[in-house]
Design a binder for this molecule. Structure first.
Ligand code: SF4
Length: 282
């Protein structure tokens, strides 16, 4: 199924040559963003509220900067790393947004990771274009592909994430990637649930998620900034939904654990290079 695309004339595409693409993350490891900006325009997106975006005068969702040559810069930076690290792609854009179809910055980065397979790479997207790169993903021993979603209700998803495929399509992508042996995870953030939440919802929701064959489910509540926007919560209320409370998130987490879903996907330890193989005493 195809989903609506934001009309091209509403997104200004520019190009620039980055000097660096790996940014140290406060949570350890690095973040990696092949693009600046994201046309998907989810109502709750936290990126426009990040400190370095406060001075940005362009409207979030109206611009995309393509990082030309980013893969070459990545290769230089990975070469300088002394030990395997964790890299999150992406923290401030969708690496498989529509621009990627033509510019292939993310794909070029995956080609680099094939040469540096010791690093753990967590990809996060909402777009089915990630399936295009299954040939490279299956060559990476330490990669995980995640899809984020906010609601299991496709109608609501089409309202608050207007330029992304509805949630059921994202779960179907995860199912297909999992069937190809690629480690997958789901990020339910911000968790939005029916209001009032029926008792059976927790078991049914986690069952639907487990059927995608994902290995892990992370959950997070609505961020502070989006919560400040009364309009967003009113819109949810009109559709019979609300941000999950902490107690509801805990219930969903508990059920996910009971079904064997990891809270955070663990990737295999990197293979030790030959020189680091311990000497055996016989
Ligand atoms: S896809 Fe991700 S980066 Fe893009 S607007 Fe939505 S939440 Fe923000």
């Amino acid at each position: 199924m195809t989903h609506p695309r934001k009309p091209e004339h509403l997104v200004a595409i520019t190009h620039r040559q980055p000097k660096s693409v790996l940014n140290r993350s406060g949570m350890g490891g690095f973040t990696l963003n092949p693009y600046t900006g994201c046309p998907v325009g989810c109502s709750y997106c936290y990126v426009p509220h990040m400190a370095h975006k406060q001075t940005e005068d362009r409207a979030w969702g109206s611009y995309v900067e393509v990082k030309n040559g980013a893969a070459q810069v990545l290769a230089q930076q990975l070469k300088r790393l002394r030990q395997p690290t964790r890299i999150f792609m992406s923290s401030a854009t969708d690496p498989y947004q529509p621009a990627e179809e033509q510019h292939r910055i993310t794909r070029a980065m995956l080609e680099v990771f094939v040469r540096y397979p010791e690093h753990a790479l967590h990809i996060l997207t909402k777009q089915p274009l990630v399936e295009r790169d299954a040939d490279l993903l299956t060559q990476l021993p330490r990669v995980a592909v995640g899809m984020s979603f906010s609601t299991l209700d496709d109608h609501l998803s089409s309202i608050i994430e207007p330029w992304a495929p509805v949630t059921s399509e994202r779960l179907a992508v995860i199912r297909r990637l999992s069937a190809r042996g690629i480690a997958t995870y789901l990020l339910w953030a911000p968790a939005i649930v029916p209001a009032p939440m029926p008792e059976k919802f927790v078991a049914e929701a986690i069952e639907q998620i487990a059927q995608s064959q994902t290995r892990a489910l992370s959950l997070d509540a609505l961020n502070y900034r989006a919560r400040q926007s009364a309009g967003f919560e009113r819109r949810l209320a009109r559709e019979g939904h609300a941000p999950a409370t902490k107690a509801q998130v805990a219930l969903l987490r508990h059920e996910a654990e009971r079904r064997g879903l990891q809270h955070r996907l663990e990737l295999p330890e990197p293979a030790l290079p030959d020189w680091a193989t311990p000497m055996l005493p016989f």
